[in-house]
Each structure stands twice: as structure tokens, then as C-alpha cells.
Ligand binder design. Sequence first.
Ligand SMILES: O=C(O)COP(=O)(O)O
Ligand SMILES: [Mg+2]
Length: 227
Amino acid sequence: MSADPPLVLDIDGTLTRPDRWGIDPRVFDPVRDWEAPVVIATGKAFPYPVALCHFAGIPELVVAENGGVVYTGDDVFFTADRAAAQAVLEEYRAAGYDTGWGPENTVNRWRETEIAVDLEQPIGPLRAIAAEHGLEVVDTGYAYHVKDTAPNKGDGVETIAERVGFDLADAVAVGDSVNDVSTFETVGRSFAVKNADETAKAAADEVLEGAHADGTLAVLERVRGSG
Ligand SMILES: O=C(O)COP(=O)(O)O
Ligand SMILES: [Mg+2]
């Protein structure tokens, strides 16, 4: 029997339940039993994917903060710092807005290279202030990410592949939004779940019939043993 291909999985919209929030519990078993590296590549802050790997019982191979933080299991790489995004937030606040997460939010508490803003907040002034600072705002459908333009998930996945020693051409990625496009461009086979945004759908090799974890689980079943 041939080996499983290396996997690159996004979290929100990809491993989640059809009602958007929370990991679909059905993904834990196939991910834990996967006989190849599984990389979690997310826009969420570093502790979230680390905890997901921990509780799933798999090695911690993590691209967090849209590529701002990369963890190979041995080394942590930071490809941006938070200062510029923090300055954008201060200016956004001075203009009368805020992140929308509340005063003691856990969304940004451990975020080291970018700032996330709730989708309910006005994006116009956020984009304008970010642009003045040379930063971009990425809308994942789950948050606005104020970030340096350089980091992306795909480069992070490449760093992990080099360190762990797998071939990117063999890897399979599943994702749902614009922040997964760089991943899709980096791996051999890419899949967008049905709920994916138009940018992710256009970049993927294939758009799945299943939404959220339904789509992802179907891919896992299909590519298992095909590596
Ligand atoms: O943090 C977000 O906005 C989305 O997270 P994701 O990249 O895991 O989908
Ligand atoms: Mg996502």
C-alpha cells in the first residue's frame, strides 16, 4: 500500500462544523491516524493551532497568523512583528473604532505578528490606515487581519516541508479562503471546500461538493494512501 500524502489543513471554514464554529469532531480520528505529516496552517494566533495539534494527538507542525509564525516542531520562525499592526490599531482606535473583541480579548492576546479585527467593524478606515503604514488587510470571512504584506501561509508550509523533509509536490491542501491561496500554490494538489470564497475557489485545483468538514473529510478519504 502506498503512503498517505502530507496534508496541509486550514482551520476555520475547513475543519469546522457546518454552522461555522467549533471543530467538527469527526476530523480528529483521520488526522490522528494519518501516516504522513499534517501541517495546520491558519490565520489564528499561535496557541490555537498548537493546542489543536496537542489535543488531536499529532506532532505540532504549525503555520499561524497567516504565515507570521511558523513552527517546525523544533524551531519557531517569526516573519513579521506586531509593532506596525499595533500602530494601525492605535490609529483606528483614535478615529473612534476598535477591534470589536472586547477589552480583554483572547483573539489578539497572544498574536505576535499581526492584529485581527472583528468583521462587524468598518473596514474602510481600517484599510486606509493600514495602507498608510504599508500594511494590508486580509478578510478571511472570519476576521480582518492587519498584517505585513510579506508573510503568507504558503511560505510557512515550505519552511516546514524543508525542515520535516517532505516533498511539497506530494502534499494535499484543503482550505476555504483568500489566506489559503498561497498554500494552494505551494502544494501538489489543492481543494477548496464548497463554502470557500471566490478567490480560494479560483485558486484551487478542485472545488469540493461538501462544505466545511464534510468536504475535508471526503478529500481525506479520497487521497488516503495516494502519497
Ligand atoms: O483566523 C482567521 O481569520 C481564519 O482562520 P483560518 O485561516 O484557520 O481559516
Ligand atoms: Mg479558513
